[in-house]
Design a binder for this molecule. Structure first.
Ligand code: KG4
Ligand code: ZN
Length: 336
């Protein structure tokens, strides 16, 4: 079954064609980074305009690149939330128009569920049951994946998302936008043990919630201190990253043990972080837990993960009608 997926929930416009939820035939991702960089963050109005300009040519390009014809496509899957409402709306409108004109099923996909399914694409079969650490610019959650469509959020952030903390700290350090990749790179030249920032909410083994605002504030105060004024930016970046990664790793491994699962699925933009990937594999490996690491392009927003999640929804008979709406605060479905 060939599914054409569309993703436009934030600042990436993406169109993919995926066969049977597994084989990527095309996965085109157009990042708007250059447009938003000068503003130090995503400007929703600009994001919408860019999606609108690019979505149709990108759909045409995906089809052309794949060598397929419209009649070969079996269904259209699209992110319908969560995300920036205007941005999501562009993808949803394009998907509806395609589904209507081609007379093909339309599948509304939750963006967060899509991130988890990035783990299915490369491995052929997603390891289930598992604990998924879903870490992006807008979300940080620990999700117990019992089966396809059967999720339980066992922990989530009480304030900032991990990616948001990376982005804000990078701005404070004058490293630019987006913060995650630049902190990752800068930290490689720093000493992660020189400056010890707080690891919030790590006292209890049974608490899987996160808090990153205290860590961000600790960096603010450190920068104002006499020691901070003299410190190397590389060491501050490395110290911050180590604190954030320590918390993410500790809670994820504890959750895997508590829920007795042998697999961890990394998902979301922050899952690109090299230190997180390294430390998670090392700490979980010591406990006999396998860590699944989607390749970097599949961690950040892309339409292949949406097409794959859409395939599994379709297999369970979950399809949408043309009333499908953009839902900016759509939660991860806990059970379908
Ligand atoms: O999943 P994503 O592409 O978009 C959302 O759904 O939010 O994630 C974007 C986030 C940004 O906050 C970005 O700074 C972060 O992922 N990110 C990283 C890295 N690459 C991207 N954070 C830490 N290390 C990275 N290498
Ligand atoms: Zn995302």
């Amino acid at each position: 079954m060939l599914i054409l997926g569309i993703e436009s929930s934030c600042d990436e416009t993406s169109v993919a064609i995926v066969e049977d939820g597994r084989k990527t035939i095309a996965n085109l991702v157009l990042s708007q980074l250059d447009v938003h960089r000068d503003f130090g963050g995503v400007v929703p109005e600009l994001a919408c305009r860019m999606h609108l300009e690019i979505i149709n040519p990108l759909i045409e390009q995906a089809l052309e690149q794949s060598g397929l014809k419209w009649e070969d496509i079996d269904a259209i899957a699209v992110t319908h939330g969560p995300g920036l409402v205007g941005a999501v709306l562009i993808g949803v409108a394009a998907a509806k128009a395609l589904a209507y004109s081609l007379n093909k099923p339309l599948i509304g996909v939750n963006h967060l569920e899509g991130h988890i399914y990035a783990n299915h694409l490369e491995e052929g079969e997603m390891a289930i049951p598992a604990i998924s650490l879903l870490v992006s610019g807008g979300h940080t959650s620990l999700v117990l994946v019992r089966d396809h469509g059967n999720y339980e959020i066992v922990g989530e952030t009480r304030d900032d998302a991990a990616g948001e903390a990376f982005d804000k700290v990078a701005r404070m350090l004058g490293l630019g936008y987006p913060g995650g990749p630049v902190i990752d790179k800068t930290a490689k030249a720093g000493n992660p043990d020189l400056i010890r920032f707080p690891r919030a909410m790590t006292e209890s083994r049974d608490n899987f919630d996160f808090s990153f605002s205290g860590l961000k504030t600790a960096v603010v105060y450190y920068l104002k201190s006499e020691e901070g004024k003299k410190a190397r930016v590389e060491d501050i970046a490395a110290g911050f990253q180590e604190a954030a990664v320590d918390v993410l790793v500790k809670k994820t491994v504890n959750a895997a043990k508590k829920f007795n699962v042998k697999d961890i699925l990394l998902a979301g933009g922050v899952a690109r972080n090299s230190r997180l990937r390294e430390k998670m594999a090392e700490k979980a490996g010591r406990k006999g837990i396998k860590v699944h690491l989607p390749s970097p392009i599949l961690c950040t927003d892309n339409a292949a993960m949406i097409a794959t999640a859409g395939y599994f929804l379709y297999k369970r008979g979950i399809v949408s009608d043309l009333g499908l709406d953009a839902l900016p605060n759509l939660p991860l479905p806990q059970c379908q």
